[in-house]
Design a protein around this ligand. Sequence first.
Ligand code: C2E
Ligand code: CA
Ligand code: CA
Length: 406
Amino acid sequence: MNTSDYKQSVLVVDDDEFILATLRVALMNMGYEFVLTAGRAEQAIAYLSSAEPAVGLVLSDLNMPDVDGVELLRRFDELGYRGDIVLLSGEDSQTLNMAVSLAKARKLSVLGAITKPFRAEALAQLLANHAPSLNRGSTLPPRQMSPDMLAAAIRAEELVPWYQPKIAVASQEVVGFEALVRWPRPEGMIFPDAFISVAEENSLIDPMTFLLIRQALRMGKLWQRHGIRTTVAVNISMDSLQDIHFPDLLEQLFRDEGGDTSYFKLEITESRLMADYVSVLDVLLRLRLKKIKLSIDDFGTGHSNLGQLLDLPFDELKLDRSYVQGASSDSKARVILESTVDMAQRLGMEVVAEGVETLEDWKRVEQLGCDQVQGYFVARPMPGEAIPAWVASWPERRASLLSVQA
Ligand code: C2E
Ligand code: CA
Ligand code: CA
C-alpha cells in the first residue's frame, strides 16, 4: 500500500470548544495525522464535502445547537458519507443506543458511542479496530529524523509501547501481546519504520529497547490487577544481540523492576538472524539459560533452510504476513508452508500467523495448523491502558467475529 493511501482526515463535531480541543490532542496522540474540528453542524457538512484528504472518520456530538443528532445523521447519509462514525454524547446510554441503531438502519458505519466526559482509553479501545486506512501516517520521513531528537525523546521517555493481542487458535483465548514502539508527537504519531534504523545506527537501540521493556513490565503489573497475566513479546534488534553483556543487562533490568522473565519473550527477525547467527548464538543461549523465551520473527523473509532451525534455541516461529495473506492459491508454496509449520511444531516451537486481516486468513492458518494468530482481524495495536477493557470485551467480540457461541 502506498503511504499516501493512509492519509485521511478525522472530523470532530461538537459545540463545546473544550471537548474539541481535548479530542484533537487525544486523536493526535493515537496517530491520527489530520484532525479537523467543527463547532457547528454546517461547518461539519462543509468539511465532509470538501476536506483534503477526505474525511474517513467522524466523531460527532448528538446535540448541536443548530441541528439535532437525528438530522445530522440524515445529512451524513444524504451526502453519501461512507466512512466511520463515533457518536459522542452527554445523553443517557439508552438515547445513545437508539441513535446508534438509527445510524445503522441508515447503513452508516457506526463504530459505537462514547459518553462525555470521555475517557481516552474508551476512545482508544473503540478506535482500535478502525479501518486500516486511518491509523497510520508517519509525519517525519526517516531522513528528517535526527539522532539528537531521538536521543532526547528516549531520555524524556516519549517513546511508548503499544500492544497487539495474540490469540490461541484452538481455545480462542488471549495468550499474549506484542509490544510495538510508538512515538506520539503533537503533529502526529511516528511509527517505528521511521526511527528504528536511526536508533540502530546511532547506538540508541539499547536505551530504546530497555525503556520499552521497563514500561512493558510496569504495564504488566497494571494488567495483573485486572487478572491479565500473559506473555509480552518485545522486538529486539540484532545489534543488541552482538553484545555479550546484553543478557546480564536484561536480567538486571528485571531485577530492578521486580519482573518475571518467564512471562517475557524476545522477537528477532529471521533475515538478519540467519545472516549473522554464529556471532549471536552465545548470546541467544545465555538468554535461554535465563529462561527468556525467544521467537523468530518474519519467518520466510530470510533464506533459512529448515535444518538451520535445529541449531537455534527458539520457542516460537512467526510466519511472515506475506505467507499468511497469500497462502491459498499456489499449491507448491502451500506444501512448503505446511511442512514448515509441521516441522517447527515437531521441534517444540509454537507457530504464530502474523497479519491475519480477515476471517478467510484465520480459517486458512487454522487449516495449516498454526497455534496462534495476530493481526488486524483480532485487533490493532493499542495503548496499554486500553488492554483490560479490550480483554474483557474479547469473548463477546470473538463470538461475532468467528460466528461461534461464546
Ligand atoms: P513486526 O515485528 O513484524 O511487527 C508487526 C507489524 O505489523 C507492526 O507494525 C504491526 O502494527 C503490523 N500489523 C499487525 N497486524 C497487522 C495486519 O493484520 N496487517 C498488516 N498489514 N499489518 C499488521 P509496526 O508497529 O509499524 O512495526 C513495524 C516493525 O518495526 C515491526 O515489525 C518491527 O520489526 C519493528 N519494531 C516495532 N517495534 C519495535 C521495537 O520496539 N524494537 C525494535 N527493534 N523494532 C521494532
Ligand atoms: Ca515482531
Ligand atoms: Ca513480524
